[in-house]
Design a protein around this ligand. Structure first.
Ligand code: TRP
Length: 452
């Protein structure tokens, strides 16, 4: 049974990543994804980008640049699920289901929306001047991103903590209204990386596009060198001792250096290394670390069809999780097929329910397990091992009680959960998602109690 932590984060596709984005978000996320216990979902939040930007050219360029940056930075798409939000139609669909349970009062409190209202009030405008429903509903779309994949951890900047809390709030409400005791949605937690560097920009303030003080990441070596030459330093001349701890040039160096390199640089500054020379050391360090990735970046950008392919594969992986889950959610809110619920199939349902049977057995190690067999002897479920027969019996009883089943898909198989514990799994690994879902349907029918 996998117990990997699902880590999910979105990158809003406006703008071109700079060195600060790289050190603060991209590099740590790529590193985190290499952990064997991490099941990472990283995506381009391009629906979110539309909220902030109505320039199609810019949206398109940014999506490509950000995809290329993450791939060039070493993101392994075989390991993580890397996709564009806009390739997952289940996301806007879930957004609507969540919109229908999200309290308006909750969204009124969102910082981003409130800031816009406050600004309008300050300038004597109508409070809602220039505010779109996109901005207002931003947190619901983000909740759908997170809840769709039952993420455990959501690495974000501090400004996004509130949104993750809103996702919990909305998810909880949905669970409560439609879950029948079952938790459809996992409660996500915001993950704030305290140790991660917020890089200073050229002028020493936080590196940010809005301060126009950024160092470009992959555009070209020359651009990087030019930006570095504009880093503000004090006016100490070559030969005069510099104060590394009050130099943001040193802070930038630190963020990319080994301990040894850092100490060497510190000593040199204390000994009077000139700022010009110091800047060229910084350039060499960065170029050494990022030069190869920069080349990969330009290769990727020159072959957009390859990136398109990779992202479509990512979308397929993501949809293999999203589609069956959304089908369950639609079912839960009452958007059900007329056919499956209509009078006619009841007979078939009864028959299946009558005929399906639990068969328990003992393993060599003395533990107890059971199978659920369908009318024609097909194995529908295989339980996990229980220490005693009583515990196994209690589970079979609960499964037959008619409560909504907590079925979680896992690639082309599925698991059945009770009270926060996985109690059984599909015995087959199905050939594809459709067959797996058919298997789930059969199981549901088999476990639906008859009325008599
Ligand atoms: N709103 C996030 C930001 O601006 C981006 C984002 C969209 C996101 N959907 C998400 C982050 C889901 C984490 C999880 O940074």
């Amino acid at each position: 049974m996998t117990t990997r932590t699902r880590i999910l984060t979105g990158i809003t596709t406006t703008g071109t990543p700079h060195l600060g984005n790289y050190a603060g978000a991209i590099r740590p996320a790529i590193l985190a994804s290499q952990d064997a216990n991490a099941d990472s979902f990283y995506f381009l939040a391009d629906y979110h980008a539309l909220i902030k930007c109505d320039d199609p050219q810019r949206i398109q360029r940014s999506r490509m640049e950000i995809a290329a940056t993450w791939l060039a930075g070493g993101l392994d798409v075989n390991r993580v699920t890397f996709y564009r939000q806009s390739d997952i139609p289940e996301i806007p669909e879930l957004t609507w289901l969540l919109t229908c349970v999200a309290a308006k009062g909750l969204l009124n409190r969102a910082h981003a929306y409130k800031a816009s209202v406050d600004k309008n009030l300050e300038t004597g405008e109508d409070p809602d001047a220039g505010i779109t429903m996109g901005l207002y509903s931003y947190p619901v779309l983000m909740a759908a991103d997170i809840l769709m994949f039952n993420a455990h951890k959501v690495p974000v900047g501090r400004d996004q903590i509130q949104h993750v809390e809103m996702a919990r709030d909305i998810g909880q409400r949905f669970n409560h209204l439609f879950g029948n005791g079952k938790e459809f949605f996992t409660m996500p937690e915001a993950l704030i990386e305290e140790s991660v560097a917020t890089l200073p920009g050229l002028d020493g303030r936080k590196m940010s596009k809005s301060y126009d003080n950024t160092i470009p990441l992959f555009t070209s070596a020359k651009d990087m060198k030019d930006a570095i030459s504009r880093i503000v330093t004090d006016s100490r001349a070559p030969g005069e001792a510099k104060d590394p701890d009050n130099s943001h040039l040193f802070t930038l160096f630190q963020a990319f250096a080994t301990k040894a390199q850092e100490e060497e640089f510190r000593a040199e500054l204390l000994q009077g290394l000139g700022w010009g020379e110091a800047k060229s050391r910084l350039f060499q360090l960065l170029d050494g670390q990022l030069g190869e990735a920069r080349e990969r970046y330009h290769q990727l950008m020159s072959r957009p069809a390859d990136m398109e392919d990779l992202l479509l594969i990512g979308a397929k992986k993501a949809r293999a999780v999203a589609a069956p889950f959304l089908a369950e959610l639609r079912e839960a809110v009452g958007l059900r097929s007329f056919v499956n619920q209509a009078a006619a199939p009841v007979a078939a349902k009864k028959k299946a329910a009558k005929a399906a049977r639990f068969v328990s057995f003992r393993e060599d190690d003395g533990s107890f397990r059971f199978r659920l067999l369908s009318a024609d002897g097909e194995q529908l479920l295989l339980s996990r091992n229980f220490a005693d027969g009583k515990a196994a019996g209690a589970v079979t009883k609960q499964l037959q009680s008619g409560q909504t089943l907590d079925i979680r898909t896992e690639k082309y198989g599925f698991n059945v959960w009770l009270d926060g514990e996985c109690v059984a799994e599909s015995s087959a690994i199905y050939a594809d998602a459709a067959q797996r879902d058919a298997g789930i349907d059969t199981l549901r029918v088999a476990l639906t109690p008859t009325e008599d």
